[in-house]
Design a binder for this molecule. Structure first.
Ligand code: GTP
Ligand code: MG
Length: 213
C-alpha cells in the first residue's frame, strides 16, 4: 500500500514491475535558455542548433538506477514563452523536482529566475550554454550566489557540448531520494506502512556512475 509520504514524493507501483519509483521533474525558465535541448541531450543524447520554441508543455520518460532502485523519471519540458505560463504552471502540481534554467549569455533570463515559483520540491539552478564563454554575461559567481541565496545547488551546463547534463539530473534524483529517505525515517512505519516499501539509503553510488539504460 502506498503511504502518504510515497504519494507526495513518488509513487511506488508494486503492480508495475518496470520501476520502483516514479519521479515527476519539471524544467522551467525563459524561452530559448535551452530547456528542450537539455532534455533531448539527456534522454536521447541528441542536439540540434535549430530553435523550435516549445508550445505549451511536453514530456519524456527515462528510467535510471539509483541505490538499487529502478526510478522512472517523467521529465516535463515547459514552454518558456510568457503566454504559456498559465498552462505550464498548471503542471507544477505533484512535481518532486525542478530544474530552474537560465542562459549564461542572457541577462534577462537570469533576472527572470526570481519570477518563477515552484511547489514544495527539490530544486537545482542551472546556467546553460556554458560552451559560449565568449558571449557570457552572467558570471559563475553570480550564479553561485543566486543559488546560495535561494538555497539550491548550482550547475553550469551545456546541452550542446554535453557538459553537466547527466550530472544535473542525477544530482536532482539523489536529493529527491535523500529527502524521501528522511521523510520515511521520520515517519512512524506503523502509520505510514513505510516498512513494507523499500528503503532508500544514503549509500552513495560512485559519482558519474553510468546508468544501465
Ligand atoms: P522554449 O521552448 O521557447 O521555452 O525554449 P527552450 O528553453 O526550450 O530552448 P531550446 O532548447 O529550444 O534552445 C534554444 C536555442 O538555444 C536553440 O537554437 C538551441 O540549439 C540553443 N541551445 C540550447 N542549449 C544550448 C547550449 O548548451 N549551447 C549552445 N551554444 N546553444 C544551445
Ligand atoms: Mg523548448
Amino acid at each position: 500500500m502506498a503511504s502518504a509520504t510515497d504519494a507526495r514524493y513518488g509513487q511506488k507501483e508494486s503492480s508495475d514491475q518496470n520501476f520502483d519509483y516514479m519521479f515527476k521533474i519539471l524544467i522551467i525558465g525563459n524561452s530559448s535558455v535551452g530547456k528542450t535541448s537539455f532534455l533531448f541531450r539527456y534522454a536521447d543524447d541528441s542536439f540540434t542548433p535549430a530553435f523550435v520554441s516549445t508550445v505549451g508543455i511536453d514530456f519524456k520518460v527515462k528510467t535510471i538506477y539509483r541505490n538499487d532502485k529502478r526510478i522512472k523519471l517523467q521529465i516535463w519540458d515547459t514552454a518558456g514563452q510568457e503566454r504559456y505560463r498559465t498552462i505550464t504552471t498548471a503542471y507544477y502540481r505533484g512535481a518532486m523536482g525542478f530544474i530552474l534554467m537560465y542562459d549564461i549569455t542572457n541577462e534577462e533570463s537570469f533576472n527572470a529566475i526570481k519570477t518563477y515559483s515552484w511547489d514544495n520540491a527539490q530544486v537545482l539552478l542551472v546556467g546553460n550554454k556554458c560552451d559560449m564563454e565568449d558571449e557570457r554575461v552572467v558570471s559563475s559567481e553570480r550564479g553561485r550566489q543566486l543559488a546560495e541565496h535561494l538555497g539550491f545547488e548550482f550547475f553550469e551546463a551545456s546541452a550542446k557540448d554535453n557538459i553537466n547534463v547527466k550530472q544535473t539530473f542525477e544530482r536532482l534524483v539523489d536529493i529527491i531520494c535523500e529527502k524521501m529517505s528522511e521523510s520515511l525515517d521520520a515517519a512512524d512505519p506503523a502509520v505510514t506502512g513505510a516498512k513494507q516499501g523499500p528503503q532508500l539509503t544514503d549509500q552513495q553510488a560512485p559519482p558519474h556512475q553510468d546508468c544501465a539504460c
